[in-house]
Write a protein that binds this ligand. Structure first.
Ligand SMILES: Nc1nc2c(ncn2[C@@H]2O[C@H](COP(=O)(O)OP(=O)(O)OP(=O)(O)O)[C@@H](O)[C@H]2O)c(=O)[nH]1
Ligand SMILES: [Mg+2]
Length: 399
């Protein structure tokens, strides 16, 4: 089944932890504890062979690999393998309803979450301040993000029209698509794709479900259809002279209006106005191209018109967006009475230590004072005597 929208949860890999060990075990000197490996990141990239999102299980949880822990004798842990999610060109990535990336041939790969930080072993923690560390850092936990992927079909040409206009009949004539045809409305419920026959250009054509008045507000399959116009280069308005409710001009205005209401920028896409079922009518109006999809009449002329517009170099419209990568550098401070509760990866970095407890405590306070957390708390008006909460550590603040 064609799937163009999917929600899922992705996790970066956790960072591996460092280790504490020594060349000289009896004197606990000459540190040789290795560092952990960095966790795998989560990346989404375009694969030209994909044409929907059905290969991804909806509401699934996907995890990048964890980095492994460091070990004695300078052995560093292995970095975690990244998680790569393949999507078709024309996929948008939303996080909390905000567009984070619009993936297509020019922007074909995007890191959603960086891999989680690894912890250093006591060899890498050697410094002038502490030449013989008895401690190591823990790796950072996994980072979780709920994402929504929305795919809009990538095509060179999209056929739209009211129900029953003959869109599926036309795509079946122009390409080898086996679209279902029926003399009732809404025969097509998911888009059909095909490649243009009898043309030196391998144009991709998309036949969409019928549009009705109010489509831009979601009536019928409205928005689900209109969203696929975002990634097309040319739109055919396929008009039905046998429609009992709307004249050809009224059908044109209706289609234009619904597209404009849905997204004004789609009005920049060139249009070809085509009247189908010319086998059943007499009048010719020079504003339109006349065809009979059923009898294959007028199709060469239509293909010439399509090729002319295509050759003028019609461009796809891309939404402006900022590619946002979720970094592991986050910090939250909330205030409950006189308690400043601090969370986030900066806090994890400060308190995520193990080894000799006296040294761990000294290091925590050293890191706290040096960190931007200390500055942020002052900005928030912390006073001597207030309580600072870092994970399961609580202490009285003293400047
Ligand atoms: N006379 C005539 N009938 C046609 C022509 N093209 C299509 N039809 C008929 O119109 C009816 C609808 O055709 P479809 O191709 O299913 O129309 P559609 O626009 O895809 O319809 P929906 O998917 O329901 O929106 C069918 O009975 C077709 O045989 C044509 O050129 N001439
Ligand atoms: Mg159809």
């Amino acid at each position: 089944m064609f799937v163009d929208e999917i929600n899922l949860t992705v996790f970066s890999g956790a960072g591996g932890s460092g280790s504490v060990s020594f060349n000289n075990i009896s004197t606990k000197s000459s540190p040789n504890g290795g560092s952990g490996g960095v966790g795998g990141s989560v990346k989404i990239s375009v694969s030209p062979d994909l044409h929907d999102l059905s290969h991804i299980i909806s509401n699934s949880s996907l995890k990048a690999e964890n980095g492994s822990d460091g070990n004695k004798n300078y052995q560093n842990g292995k970095n975690g393998e990244e998680l790569e999610l393949k999507v078709p060109s024309g996929t948008q990535v939303f996080i909390d309803n905000k567009l984070h990336a619009d993936l297509h041939e020019r922007e074909s790969s995007y890191t959603v979450i960086e891999g989680s930080r690894s912890g250093r072993g006591n060899f890498d923690l050697v410094s002038k301040r502490n030449p013989n560390p008895q401690i190591c850092e823990q790796g950072q936990k996994r980072h979780k993000v709920n994402i929504k992927l929305v795919y809009s079909i990538y095509s060179d040409l999209a056929i739209i029209g009211l129900p029953n206009a003959g869109k599926s009949t036309l795509i079946s004539q122009l390409t080898n698509s086996k679209a279902k045809i029926g003399d009732y409305e809404f025969t097509t419920i998911t888009p059909n794709l095909g490649i243009l026959n009898n043309s030196e250009y391998k144009l991709t054509i998309c036949d969409l479900p019928g549009l009705i008045k109010g489509a831009s507000e979601g009536i019928g399959m409205g928005k689900k259809v209109l969203k696929h116009l975002r990634n097309t280069k040319i739109i055919i308005y396929l008009l039905d002279p046998l429609n009992e409710h709307y004249s050809l001009d009224e059908q044109t205005s209706l289609l234009f209006h619904e597209i404009e209401e849905f997204d004004k920028s789609l009005c920049k896409i060139p249009i070809i106005k085509v009247v189908n079922k010319s086998d059943s009518i007499e009048n010719d109006n020079e504003n339109y191209i006349y065809i009979s999809a059923l009898q294959g009449r007028g199709l060469d002329n239509l293909i010439n018109n399509i090729e002319d517009i295509y050759n003028k170099g019609s461009e796809r419209i891309y939404e402006d967006f900022q590619k946002i990568t979720i970094k592991s550098e986050d910090l939250n401070i909330s205030l409950e009475e006189n308690k400043f509760i601090c969370t986030g990866s900066i806090v994890e970095y400060i308190i995520g230590l193990s080894g000799s407890s006296e040294e761990v405590n000294n290091e925590i306070f050293y890191r706290f004072e040096k960190s931007k957390l200390s500055q942020k708390l002052q900005d928030k008006g912390i006073q001597n005597g207030d309580t600072v909460v870092l994970g399961n550590l609580e202490f009285e603040y003293k400047k």
